[in-house]
Design a protein around this ligand. Sequence first.
Ligand code: COA
Length: 440
Amino acid sequence: MRQLKHDSLDWKSYYTTHTTTARAAVRAAVQDGAHLVFGHAVAAPESIAEALFLEREHFRDLTIFHMLYFATPWHLRPEMEGHARGRLNFLDKHSRPVVREGRADFVPCHFHEVPRLFREGLYPVDIAAVQLSPPNAEGYCSLGVSCDYTKAAIEEAKVIIAEVNEQMPFIAGDNLVHVTELDYIIPVDRPLTEIPLPEIGEVEQRIGEVCAALIHDGDTLQIGIGAIPDAVLQCLGDRKDLGLHTEMFTDGVMHMMRRGVITGARKTLHPRKVVSSIVMGSRELYDFVHQHPDIELYPVDYTNDPYIIGQNEDFVSINSCLEIDLCGQVASEAIGQDQFSGTGGQVDYLRGVRRAKNGRSILAFTSTAKGGTVSRIVPTLSAGATVTSGRNEVDYIATEYGAVRLQGLTLRERALALVSIAHPDFREALLASAEERFPQ
Ligand code: COA
């Protein structure tokens, strides 16, 4: 781990003398073959990525690790071939085609174990390139909207290049770094990327109602991003004292805090605090979380550690998937052999809820995809599909046709339960598969 240079008395002059431009920082710090980690999601270090692109003739064979990247992906452009290559743990619309074209690689890993890759040298961090908030009066910057693996990258890096963004909110928790730990400081004043609100259609609304029926007053929730999680939140308006211990905090959570539905009053871990590892959503959300006394961000090896999750009693996790077979094996990150996203924290939370007193996990999804032409409940997963969540990990499965609880059921009972929540157009064929495979 990095030795802290920490000199809190003279941090203002340190800030001044270490302020530079992104291009100058890249020229000074980047060596051939270096391993970089980029800040995550909305905290992507865009000016550093652009500088790497512009200075690419000065280095070769960099490796750049990140997960989601919500900014212009300069570093993934074809011109970077031979200069830098992405090593990605979660794909999005920018990186998916790049991996398909063979210009970047995918690294399987549970989200909560990403910091371990850095700490144990499985991905040695030469340079952490991050985006931070402006410092407070004591010289501490907040990691802002992304603590997740970024905190570990900062702690393990030999060199830290930091964009200090005037518009990055200051969020507390284990989410701070002192100015005197930064090697290169690049002041920027750039709006954070806003993630558009998902459209909630009738089907998502129905799934929201199905899931909401499993959630009671005083429960603590983990809730993912997307139309279904948002629909679930919208159906919880009459609940009291819900809590949040999650990996991702979105606009839907803000609305429920404002309505007094999420209070955290009955939480058994971090009572009254909303605990998350990432924030992503609208500008309104970024303003809301800025210096909010009840919101704390923690590293993902804390928020997503199954042992920590399990200390929350009455815990409910809600996530989604792409395909599930009749035994309950779940593909959440790939469609056949095509990597779509990543494991993220899905298995972390499925395992964590099992340790929680009265823990429940829900995987919720629309019963069909591609305009109703394919069933997501299938006899066997598509050829070559990655099993994200094994059949022993899953519990409640929900579609717009209801929710079934798989734990404790035989294979035949599971298959029949899943057929009962499949789209009616596919039930007959699924039932025939179930009868053939699990006769009685
Ligand atoms: N066969 C073929 N295509 C399918 C499919 C299937 N069985 N299931 C989904 N698709 C297509 C959809 O039609 C959609 O295509 P489009 O983009 O052209 O419309 C696309 O795949 C994505 O499906 P969608 O249901 O819209 O996904 P989503 O954006 O709601 O994300 C996951 C769902 C599963 C990909 C996402 O939740 C994930 O990555 N999960 C793993 C990580 C995780 O759970 N983290 C924990 C909490 S944040």
